[in-house]
Design a protein around this ligand. Structure first.
Ligand SMILES: [Zn+2]
Length: 149
């Protein structure tokens, strides 16, 4: 499995199929798509992968916003990101997208989700709703932004 950081090309640490950039200033995280060859339809397999990746549990009222960078389409000259909000741990939510679990993936992320470049939280649901919008707005300077609503 290729294991260089998909943002800064630096070293990563691996847990299960989850790779984390060791450079704190980068902090990018990605699931290797090889995880999609596991039988993730089976909830016990899905949960086992989360535990192998050592994803911490979240509390009931925790909410997060997150930013996933997308692979460029042919001819694209600008990077795109998807901004979302979740009550799951953002790394887990990312996997729901990739696998399109219970049809909860965004078509952008299912096909082109490349690396989670940032997340914020935990925070209240209300804060997360507001932050999702303001974060999407702030990222428009640098990226084509999908989601964020
Ligand atoms: Zn990195």
């Amino acid at each position: 499995m290729k294991n260089k950081c998909r943002v800064c090309k630096g070293e990563t640490s691996q847990k299960g199929f989850l790779f984390k950039c060791v450079n704190k200033e980068c902090g990018a995280v990605f699931w290797h798509r090889k995880i999609l060859s596991e039988n993730l339809e089976d909830d016990s397999v899905f949960k086992k992968q989360l535990s192998l990746a050592e994803i911490p549990p979240t509390k009931n009222k925790d909410h997060f916003v997150y930013v996933i960078q997308l692979s460029r389409k042919e001819n694209e000259v600008e990077d795109s990101v998807y901004v979302g909000r979740t009550w799951r741990h953002p790394y887990e939510r990312y996997l729901w997208h990739l696998f399109n679990k219970d049809s909860q993936g965004s078509s952008h992320v299912i096909k082109r989700g490349k690396v989670m470049i940032d997340y914020e939280g935990p925070m209240s649901k209300q804060k997360a709703i507001a932050r999702e919008k303001s974060l999407a707005y702030a990222l428009e300077d640098k990226y084509l932004v999908k989601g964020g609503h």
